[in-house]
Design a protein around this ligand. Structure first.
Ligand SMILES: [Zn+2]
Length: 429
C-alpha cells in the first residue's frame, strides 16, 4: 500500500513537490529530521472513483527541527496551487468552530469598539463564517480566500471575498481598493505558508498603523503533549511554539501584545499583534510562555526524538487494537474524513482491510474515497443504519460534539475509539 514514491510519482511530483534544506523562518541549515510520516498522499486529495486508486501520487512527509530558531517544520513543500485551489474543508460545518468564531468576533468588536467605519479583513476566510459575525455587528468586512469554490460560496452568502493567495506583495492591491483595516485576522493560515515572515509583513501593511493583527495557529505544545502527530500534513508547513513565534514576529516588525490558548484545532494560540514601536517589547505572558517552553525542552532536539518514539508506539498500539477486534469478528467503521485522519490512516496503514468505511457531515466529501487508504466516505446516517461494533474517531477534536449527536449509536452498543495520545474507548474514561 505504501507504494513506490520514486517510481510512481516522480514525473507528476517534479512540478508540485520540492524539498527545503533551510529553515523557513531564520534561513539556517541546522535542520534535523526527527520523524518521517510518509510517503503520503495529499491529505485533502480525496478520490472520486476507484479508477483513480492506481498511480495516486505520494510525497515524503518529514518533520524537522531547526536548532537555530527552534521552529518545527516540514521540509517537503507542495505547490500551494495544488493544495488550495479547490478545497473541501468548510468552516461553517463544525458547530465547535462556529461557536469559537462567534466568541472571537464578539471579543474583538467589544474590545476595539468596532463599528461601521471599521474594516475587518480575514485572510483565508473560507466560507465567510467568521466575517459574518462581524457583519452582524455592523462592521465592514472583506474576505481573502484562495480556493475559488469556497470563495464563491462566501460571496453567495453575502460576504465580499477576493479570490487570491495572500503574501507580502498582495497587501497594496487590497489597500488600494478597500483602504487599510482596523483588524486583520489570519486564522489557521500562517502555518500553511512557506514564507511566514513575508506573510506577516503583508498583514502589517494591510492594517492601520494602530491596527491589530490577530492570528491563530495550532500550538506545538498541544501537539507534543497530546501526541497529535496526525495534524502533520503537507498543508501544515510550520508547527509554532511561542519561542519560534517571537523570533518570527520580530522579523516581521510586529510585537506580541497578548497571547491566549484556545481549544480549537487540537489546541491553538491566538495572538494579538501590533506594529512594533521603537521600544516595542513583547507582553509578559508571551515571554513567560517562551520561558516555560525552554524549561520543557522545546529548544532541544531530544524532546522531539522522544515524541517520535511515542508516535511509533501509538501506531503499534492502534493497529494491534483494530486487528484484535477484527480477528474477533467485530465490524469497524470510522467517523470523520478530516485531513488529519488521512495522516493517521496512512501512517498507521489502516485501509479497508481493517476499517470498512468512514462517515462525514461535509456533503462535499460524501461519495469520495480517502486518499491512500481508499475508505469510502458515507453520510453520517450510515452509522445508525449499519451499526458497526466499533468506530474509530478520526475527528477526535470534535469527540464531545460527535458523541452527543450519536447518542443512539452508543445506546445500541456501538463504541467509539479515540486514537491518540493512546488508543482508548471513548466511553471508558
Ligand atoms: Zn530556524
Amino acid at each position: 500500500m505504501s507504494g513506490d514514491v520514486a517510481a510512481a510519482s516522480t514525473h507528476a511530483a517534479s512540478q508540485v513537490h520540492r524539498r527545503r534544506n533551510t529553515c523557513r523562518v531564520c534561513g539556517s541549515d541546522r535542520l534535523t529530521v526527527f520523524l518521517s510520516l510518509g510517503p503520503m498522499p495529499l491529505a485533502n486529495a480525496f478520490l472520486k472513483s476507484p479508477d483513480e486508486f492506481a498511480g495516486e501520487p505520494r510525497y515524503p512527509l518529514d518533520l524537522a527541527f531547526c536548532s537555530s530558531c527552534s521552529l518545527v517544520q516540514i521540509v517537503d513543500v507542495i505547490d500551494p496551487r495544488t493544495l488550495f485551489s479547490e478545497y473541501l474543508y468548510v468552516t461553517g460545518i463544525s458547530e465547535t468552530i462556529v461557536a469559537s468564531n462567534r466568541d472571537h468576533a464578539s471579543a474583538l468588536v467589544k474590545e476595539l469598539k468596532l463599528g461601521a467605519r471599521d474594516l475587518v479583513v480575514d485572510i483565508a476566510s473560507n466560507d465567510g463564517s467568521l466575517l459574518r459575525c462581524f457583519q452582524n455587528a455592523g462592521v465592514r468586512t472583506l474576505g481573502i480566500e484562495p480556493a475559488a469554490n469556497i470563495a464563491e460560496m462566501a460571496r453567495g452568502g453575502g460576504i465580499e471575498t477576493m479570490t487570491m493567495f495572500f503574501d507580502g506583495s498582495a497587501a497594496e492591491g487590497v489597500t488600494d481598493k478597500y483602504g487599510r483595516a482596523t483588524v486583520v485576522i489570519a486564522k489557521n493560515v500562517l502555518a500553511h505558508v512557506d514564507d511566514p515572515a513575508d506573510f506577516l509583513r503583508g498583514c502589517r501593511a494591510l492594517a492601520e498603523e494602530s491596527g491589530v493583527v490577530s492570528i491563530e495557529v495550532p500550538y506545538l505544545g498541544d501537539l507534543l503533549e497530546k501526541l497529535e502527530y496526525d495534524t502533520v500534513y503537507h498543508e501544515h508547513l510550520s508547527y509554532f511554539s511561542m519561542t519560534s513565534l517571537l523570533q518570527l514576529c520580530e522579523r516581521a516588525g510586529l510585537t506580541v501584545e497578548r497571547v491566549q490558548r484556545v481549544p480549537v484545532q487540537g489546541g491553538s494560540l491566538r495572538l494579538h499583534l501590533r506594529s512594533s514601536s521603537a521600544d516595542g517589547s513583547h507582553s509578559r505572558d508571551a515571554s513567560d510562555m517562551a520561558a516555560r517552553e525552554e524549561g520543557a525542552g522545546f529548544a532541544d532536539l531530544s524532546r522531539y526524538e522522544r515524541f517520535a518514539n511515542h508516535v511509533l508506539r501509538n501506531r503499534e498500539e492502534l493497529r494491534g487494537l483494530l486487528q484484535r477486534a477484527k480477528g474477533d469478528g467485530r465490524s469497524i467503521a470510522a467517523y470523520g474524513a478530516p485531513a488529519k485522519g488521512n495522516t493517521l490512516l496512512n501512517f498507521c496503514r489502516i485501509d479497508t482491510s481493517l476499517v470498512e468505511y468512514t462517515v462525514d457531515r461535509n456533503p462535499l466529501k460524501i461519495g469520495l474515497f480517502t486518499p491512500g487508504t481508499h475508505l469510502p466516505v458515507y453520510s453520517v446516517s450510515t452509522l445508525l443504519e449499519r451499526q458497526p461494533d466499533l468506530t474509530l474517531l478520526l475527528a477526535w477534536n470534535l469527540a464531545d460534539e460527535i458523541r452527543d449527536q450519536q447518542r443512539d449509536y452508543e445506546a445500541r452498543g456501538g463504541r467509539f475509539i479515540v486514537p491518540i495520545p493512546a488508543p482508548r474507548f471513548a466511553d471508558s474514561s
